[in-house]
Design a protein around this ligand. Structure first.
Ligand code: FE2
Length: 459
């Protein structure tokens, strides 16, 4: 080869290195302080039972319909049934409206739940603050929430993104951190209490968890996804009904979404259409979830709700050794649909670490063509694993190496994220690790909408 040829070859090689370097993902070497992830003790202040006889406890709210004009209020009375009534109104001493709820109880092995009340407040106005109270006849407690704005193309909204929270000291840090950052609602990607990690699936830990998170979820809706720790399937205890504690405690507005089960459904919030999928319910072809999702994607109207967000528990793109490829069968089943639907962001939990993908798809493979590698695809969603809430099982510090090309950023730290939708074209996504101050962004980027502005936005 001539010296000119060698120079050209060297130049090409150097350029290739630059391109490769620019393309490489980040495996953050940030090291959290190495300490055990410890459950908060039962006498911790966050688990305190509210004072007063039979006082309502474990108060939580979630959206009650698709438009954001209904709210399901849930709570537990521990000693006796009491009342399932909620009084509500525009001022704390002017609760002029009244709704009647229902109650339920359940037994789980040697545990019997308190009286679990669910009451749906309907015909609410958008973007309005409501005060609400329950516990009439014994101990009244009052809370408040603000309804989301009317679904519309440029309605701004800020979501908190939390998963796999549990009830350890780290869980408490995550929740406090989120509270400092101040979102309007939480998209929760599954694994709530980790009660099943305790002897006999100690369901008292479902109660303590609900008292722990009340300080947030009584004041803003959390959108629930079912994780594997919601299954509580324990034939050895005679408990063979999957999701028994979860489904008694955490209702979802699935009927309003045309779904037949509470574990897969959708809500519209401001300018977002949020689809919740169930990793632990059947999703193969012709199953109820498969049929529902096929129909649901046709109902998404990007002119009204430009942002299409999808929640599930088990991630489709995960380069951690923990739970590796567990989401693969659902990816194979549904990825093409989400790419075709121009989904913006897919959120999952399950893996107790943080990871964000580039915009990639892996839909070209047809079992004989060998195209089984994810490729950059600007029409595809960004995948985020946010299972780093801080539960008792600890951090998943076991990333595969080298970092695969689809993975943009990954770090084994606890934290949470926020998604701040500004208008139909732009949203700011930010991940916050617990060790930093609340406002520090450890991984952030502007997302541009796949329907309205499908530009290259991953970096
Ligand atoms: Fe999980």
């Amino acid at each position: 080869m001539s010296s000119g040829g060698r120079r050209r070859l060297a130049l090409v090689a150097a350029l290739a290195l630059v391109v490769l370097a620019a393309d490489a993902g980040v495996t953050s070497e940030y090291r959290r302080k190495l300490e055990a992830t410890v459950e908060m003790p039962l006498d911790a202040d966050v688990f305190r039972v509210p004072p007063g006889y039979n006082a309502p406890q474990q108060v939580h709210i979630t959206l009650g319909n698709q438009e954001g004009t209904a709210m399901i209020v849930s709570w537990v009375t521990p000693s006796e049934l009491g009342s399932s009534t909620v009084m509500y109104g525009g001022a704390p001493h002017k609760l002029e409206l009244r709704a009647e709820g229902t109650h339920t109880r359940y037994d789980y092995f040697n545990y019997t739940s308190g009286f679990i009340h669910h009451c749906t407040l309907k015909n609410l106005k958008h973007s309005s603050k409501y005060y609400y109270a329950m516990g009439f006849g014994h101990t009244v407690r009052t809370f408040w929430f603000t309804t989301p704005p009317k679904p519309g193309p440029d309605a701004p909204y800020k979501f908190g993104l939390i998963g796999d929270l549990g009830q350890t000291f780290d869980s408490n840090r995550t929740l406090s951190h989120y509270e400092s950052n101040g979102g309007d609602a939480v998209l929760f990607v599954g694994d709530l209490s980790y009660a099943d990690n305790h002897p006999l699936h100690d369901n008292n830990r479902w109660d303590t968890w609900a008292r722990f998170v009340e300080r947030s979820v009584a004041y803003q809706p959390w959108i629930w996804t079912a994780g594997n720790h919601e299954l509580d399937f324990a034939p050895e205890l005679g408990e063979t009904t999957p999701f028994k504690p979860f489904s008694h405690r955490y209702p979802t507005p699935y009927r309003a979404a045309g779904s037949t089960e509470p574990f897969w459904y959708s809500v519209k919030i401001a300018s977002a259409h949020v689809i919740v999928l169930a990793s632990y319910s059947a999703y193969g072809k012709y199953t109820p979830q498969w049929t529902w999702l096929q129909d649901e994607l046709k109902r998404v109207d990007r002119k009204t709700t430009p942002w299409l967000l999808v929640l599930m528990h088990s991630p489709w793109y995960n380069s951690n050794g923990y739970h590796y490829m567990e989401g693969e069968t659902m990816r194979v089943q549904f990825e093409q649909w989400l790419v075709d639907a121009k989904a913006d962001l897919v959120l999952a939990g399950h893996v107790h670490a943080y990871e964000r993908s580039h915009r990639v798809s892996n839909v070209a493979y047809d079992i004989v063509n060998g195209k089984s590698t994810p490729v950059r695809d600007q029409g595809a969603p960004v995948y985020v694993t946010i299972g780093d809430g801080g539960n008792i099982e600890g951090i998943a510090d076991n990333f595969t190496r080298p970092q695969p090309s689809y993975s943009a950023f990954r770090e084994a730290s606890f934290g949470h994220a926020t998604l701040e939708i500004k208008n139909r074209t732009h949203a700011y996504y930010a991940w916050h690790r617990n060790q930093d101050g609340a406002k520090v962004v450890a991984d952030g980027l502007w997302l541009t909408n796949r329907y309205w502005m499908p530009t290259d936005d991953t970096n």
